[in-house]
Design a protein around this ligand. Structure first.
Ligand SMILES: [Zn+2]
Length: 644
C-alpha cells in the first residue's frame, strides 16, 4: 500500500474517532490541498455547526465535507428545498447539481445572503437536503470572461477532479530527503522590468513563481531551460505560483503546458480570470502584428484548468514541506504578496510581486504583516533615488481641472489607459467628481477591453477596498453602474457618432498608444484644438504615447492605421492639447517601497531587490542596507542564493 493510501486510512480512522458515533465517514480523499471527507450523514454533520472547524484545526488541514452519493436526495426534490431556505432577495439565478461529488453550485446576485451569518444559511441547506452548497456571484455587469471560464470548468469537471486528486497525492507524498536548505534562483526580471520568474527550491520541492514576458522585447523570455527550472524536464517543477495577471508576470504560463508541465497553478480567482483575458488578448495582438505566438489558445485553457484558486489569508499546503499564503498586494485585482513557510518552522520567504503600499480608490494598501519572514524578494520598479510620485489627491485635482477646461471649450477628453487597474481607478475619480458636482456630468465612453475588465472587478468585490466593496454590495450605489458610463460595443460607427457629438470623456486601450481603439480615437479627435489627450500612465521608451508626450504632432497615418479613408500614406495633424497627469500608478513609489520594508512585521534579515532597471534595484538595495542594516542584494538573472 502506498504511503498516501496509508495516510488517508489513518486520517479516516482519526476523523471517525473524533466524530459522534452516529456520524459515519465513508471515505476520505485529497483534492489538491483539500481533504475531502465523504459521509453518509451530511445532515447530522451540518447540525453540529463547529465540527468542520474543529477537525480542520485538529488535523491542520483544509477540510470539505461532502455527502456520500448514496445519501443524496434527488436533485428535483433538493432544488425546491434549497430555494425554500435561501431568502428571495439573494437573487438566485442558477442551481447546478453535481451528483458525482454531492455539490450544488448556487449562482446568486447576493452571495452573502446565500451564505448567511457565519455560514448559517449554507448549513441550513445541508441540514435540509444533504447536498454541499458552493456559492458564486452573478456578475452585476455581464462578463464574457467570467462566464466562459465558469462554463469551461463545468464542462471539464471530471478531468479537473482527476487533476486535483493527482495534485493532492503529490502534495501529501512522504518527504524523501533529510537534507535542509532553501534556495532562490532568478530566471528573469533582475536589473530589468519584465519576464518575472523565480525558482524557490528545497531538497524536496521546486516552485516556479511567475512566468512573464518582457514588454517591447518579444523573444526575451525567462531562463526557463536553466537546470533549476525546466532544464531537468517538465516534471522537475512541483507547482507554479502566480502573483498577479499582468503579462510581465503571466504571459508565458500557458507556454509551460506546451513544454509538458502538468501540475497546479496557485493564484487568486480574479487572477485566473484576468490571466485568461490578458493571455488570449496577447495571442490576438501577436497574430495581428504578424508574429507567431509562442503557444495557442488551447494552452491558455490548459492553464485555466490547472488553476487552484486560493483566497487571501488561506494557509495552504502546496508541497510536503511548503505552505503558501496569499495577502492583498494593492496593485491590481487579485494581486498577491506570496508568503512561503518552509519545513516545520525552518524558513520563511516572502515574494512581494508588484505592490502598492498606500490605499488607492480601488484597493487597500499591500499587507506587510506576517508570522515570520527571513527573506523578502521585493519589486523595485520605482526604487530609484528620485522615483517619487505626485500624491494621488493632487493628481486627481489636476485631472478634474483638465476635464473642466476642455468641457468649457466644448472639446472632448481622450485618455489612453490600461484595461486592468488604472481604468477603474480613473472611472472612480470621474464618477465621484460628477456626483459631487466637481466636474459637469457628461458621458464617459469606455472602449477596448476596459468594460470587460471592469465587469471582472465587479464580480469579485471581496478583493476591492472595504468601502468600495460595500458600495458594490448595494446595487444602487455601485459606482461602476453610474449612468454616465457607456460601453462602446458597436465599433467604428459608434465612435464616429460620439466624435460628432457633444463634450465627453473617452477611456480607451491601449495604454501606451501602441494599437487598439485609441488609434481610431486619435484619428477622430486628434485634429480638434478644443480637445485634450491626457496621459495617466507610464509611457515606455519607443511607444507612440511617449513620442506624443515629447511633442510629436505630425503622425504618419501608417502609425494610427488607415483612418478616415486615408490609405496610410498621409499624416495626421495632432492639434489637440496634450497633458500628463501622473500619480495614478499601481506601483509603490520609492517612499512606498521603503515604508513597506520599514513597517514590515517582522522585518526581514535579507532583501533581494528585483523587478526594476539596474539603477532602481541598486539604489533601493543600498538605501535599505544603510537605513535598516539588513543584508540586501540587487541580483542579476540566473543567480542562485542559498539560505540556511
Ligand atoms: Zn504588475
Amino acid at each position: 500500500m502506498s504511503t498516501v493510501e496509508q495516510q488517508l486510512d489513518d486520517l479516516q480512522a482519526e476523523i471517525t474517532s473524533e466524530l459522534p458515533s452516529d456520524i459515519s465517514v465513508s471515505s476520505v480523499k485529497y483534492e489538491g490541498p483539500e481533504l475531502v471527507v465523504y459521509t453518509h450523514d451530511p445532515k447530522k454533520f451540518a447540525q453540529q455547526g463547529d465540527l468542520v472547524r474543529k477537525l480542520a484545526s485538529k488535523l491542520r488541514k483544509r477540510i470539505t465535507v461532502r455527502p456520500d452519493p448514496s445519501a443524496l436526495s434527488r436533485p428535483e426534490e433538493a432544488r425546491k428545498a434549497v430555494m425554500d431556505v435561501i431568502p428571495e432577495e439573494a437573487g438566485v439565478s442558477d442551481l447546478d447539481f453535481h451528483a458525482d461529488t454531492g455539490e450544488v453550485v448556487i449562482e446568486a446576485e447576493k452571495p452573502g445572503m446565500v451564505i448567511g451569518r457565519h455560514g448559517s444559511t449554507l448549513r441550513d441547506i445541508t441540514k435540509n437536503v444533504g447536498w454541499t452548497p458552493e456559492v458564486v456571484r452573478t456578475p452585476p455587469i455581464e462578463s464574457s470572461t467570467v462566464s466562459n471560464v465558469r462554463n469551461f470548468l463545468k464542462q471539464e469537471r471530471d478531468e479537473r477532479r482527476d487533476i486535483l486528486e493527482r495534485v493532492g497525492r503529490q502534495i501529501h507524498r512522504e518527504e524523501m530527503s533529510d537534507d535542509e536548505y532553501v534556495r532562490i534562483t532568478t530566471l528573469g526580471c533582475c536589473r530589468e522590468v519584465g519576464r518575472a520568474a523565480f525558482i524557490l527550491s528545497t531538497p524536496e520541492t521546486r516552485i516556479l513563481i511567475d512566468c512573464g514576458d518582457k514588454p517591447g522585447a518579444e523573444g526575451e523570455v525567462p531562463y526557463l531551460h536553466a537546470p533549476e527550472a525546466l532544464g531537468a524536464g517538465p516534471q522537475n517543477i512541483d507547482a507554479v505560483v502566480l502573483t498577479h495577471a499582468h503579462l510581465d508576470h503571466s504571459a508565458l504560463i500557458p507556454l509551460l503546458f506546451k513544454y509538458g508541465y502538468d501540475g497546479p497553478i496557485y493564484c487568486t480567482e480574479p487572477t485566473r480570470d484576468l490571466m485568461g483575458l490578458l493571455t488570449l488578448d496577447y495571442l490576438d495582438v501577436a497574430a495581428k502584428e504578424g508574429r507567431s505566438p509562442p503557444y495557442e489558445s488551447g494552452q491558455v485553457r490548459e492553464a485555466i484548468k490547472h488553476c487552484i484558486p486560493l483566497e487571501y489569508g488561506d494557509v495552504t499546503d502546496i508541497a510536503p514541506d511548503v505552505k503558501l499564503t496569499f495577502h492583498n498586494a494593492g496593485h491590481i485585482l487579485g494581486s498577491a504578496v506570496s508568503h512561503f513557510h518552509i519545513g516545520d518552522g525552518l524558513y520563511n520567504v516572502c515574494f512581494s510581486g508588484d505592490i502598492h503600499y498606500k490605499d488607492t480608490r480601488l484597493f487597500n494598501g499591500a499587507v506587510n504583516d506576517f508570522p515570520r519572514v527571513e527573506t523578502l524578494v521585493l519589486e523595485s520598479t520605482y526604487g530609484g533615488r528620485n522615483d517619487y510620485q505626485t500624491d494621488q489627491e493632487d493628481s486627481e485635482e489636476k485631472l478634474k481641472e483638465v476635464v473642466r477646461e476642455t468641457y468649457d471649450r466644448g472639446g472632448k477628453v481622450l485618455i489612453p489607459a490600461f484595461a486592468v487597474g488604472r481604468s477603474q481607478e480613473i472611472m472612480l475619480v470621474l464618477e465621484e467628481a460628477m456626483r459631487s458636482g466637481d466636474i459637469p456630468s457628461m458621458p464617459v465612453h469606455l472602449d477596448g477591453m476596459i468594460w470587460e475588465a471592469t465587469a471582472i472587478h465587479t464580480t469579485y468585490p471581496e478583493y476591492l477596498r472595504d468601502d468600495l466593496r460595500d458600495r458594490i454590495f448595494h446595487d444602487d450605489e455601485n459606482p461602476f453602474l453610474a449612468e454616465e458610463f457607456n460601453h462602446i460595443d458597436a465599433g467604428e460607427e459608434e465612435r464616429q457618432e460620439v466624435a460628432d457629438g457633444d463634450s465627453c470623456i473617452v477611456l480607451s486601450t491601449s495604454g501606451m498608444v501602441t494599437g487598439g481603439p485609441i488609434m481610431s480615437w486619435l484619428g477622430h479627435v486628434g485634429p480638434d484644438p478644443d480637445s485634450t489627450l491626457v496621459f495617466v500612465g507610464y509611457q515606455a521608451q519607443g511607444t507612440l504615447g511617449r513620442r506624443i508626450q515629447n511633442g510629436w504632432d505630425e503622425i504618419p497615418t501608417s502609425e494610427v492605421g488607415a483612418i478616415n479613408g486615408d490609405n496610410g500614406r498621409g499624416t495626421l495633424s495632432l492639434n489637440m492639447n496634450v497633458e500628463t497627469v501622473d500619480g495614478f500608478s499601481g506601483h509603490a513609489d520609492r517612499a512606498g517601497l521603503e515604508n513597506f520594508v520599514k513597517t514590515m512585521n517582522p522585518r526581514p534579515e535579507k532583501v533581494l531587490c528585483v523587478h526594476g532597471d539596474e539603477r532602481s534595484t541598486q539604489d533601493l538595495s543600498s538605501a535599505l542596507y544603510h537605513e535598516y542594516n539588513m543584508r540586501t542584494f540587487a541580483p542579476k538573472n540566473l543567480e542562485t542564493f542559498r539560505f540556511l
